[in-house]
Design a binder for this molecule. Sequence first.
Ligand code: E4P
Length: 192
Amino acid sequence: MKFFIDTANLAQIKEAQALGVLDGVTTNPSLMAKEGITGKDSILKHYVDICNLVDGDVSAEVNALDFDGMVREGEELAELHEQIVVKLPMTKEGVMAAKYFSDRGVKTNVTLVFSAGQAILAAKAGATYLSPFIGRIDDSSWDGIELIAQISHIYNVQGFKTEILAASIRNALHIVRCAEAGADVCTCPLDS
Ligand code: E4P
């Protein structure tokens, strides 16, 4: 299982990189805002700074909710650096955008996933990564780990290549249980 760090904090990314077990980074608009990074130019520069700190994939999220906007923003993000993965929401238009980018060889991370049906759709669209939100599922009194196990089973049976990127991780037990359940990647804050 690969480890991604879920932050836009450069100091924490450096610390995780120094541990020697970091495989990539995930971010989102809230994590950027938490670091005081606002405004398009600052955000784009920050993504490049992150890419220059790590060797692996760096997920950069689009803000648009419509297909044309996602394509426009995603193309701009993908051009920033070869390590950028375009992060798209699991919506009808997000699935269409995932297919658009997959057809053009651009890596994608379909995020905000809460069901196995959504996981099948994203895989059919050729998503590189699929991000089920474990912590938020647990918050809703379902079992996030059960979902990871279900998606892992489906992807194995069907031969889908999309990697399961367990997100919304809240504690160390989540990480261990995601590894048991078949997650390909776990993204977590440094203190998990
Ligand atoms: C993953 O890519 C997301 O940035 C993150 O895990 C969201 O988790 P949250 O539930 O802590 O917002």
